[in-house]
Design a protein around this ligand. Sequence first.
Ligand code: DQA
Length: 145
Amino acid sequence: MSREILLLSGPNLDELGTRSPEIYGHQTLEEHVDRFGAQAKAHDFTVRHLQSNFEGDLIEAVHAANGVAAAIVINAGALTHTSWALADAMASFSGVKIEIHLSNPAAREPFRHLSTLAGVVNGSIAGFGALSYDLAVEAVARLLS
Ligand code: DQA
């Protein structure tokens, strides 16, 4: 069985570190990804990461992961609140699926309260900052053990 986790990062997450640090923290995306990779390695997983500001890139990455990756961990950024197309793609992925967020969208502006992904993933982890990424690795490892 595959031990690959596809980590997907949506729009504007490439700006982490300087983007609203009071909400998202000071760590860059690269730092989150490195840490995620190290934690995954400790559980004997490999990680492939894609960040894109384009919805279609993320959808195609989900399609390509079917039958290849064991799990998808996705922080879709604002596409979380708008993209039914990404949700449809995620619904067709047969492995483990975890939605993550650095902030807690439910405690923020009303437009962030809807997640198109929430209904098609195994579970959602939000509001723990960098720890959201660690918890996602832990969830994948436990669900696939
Ligand atoms: C986010 C929350 C989203 O509402 C926002 O659009 C982001 C980041 C988070 O990680 O907290 O880009 O996904």
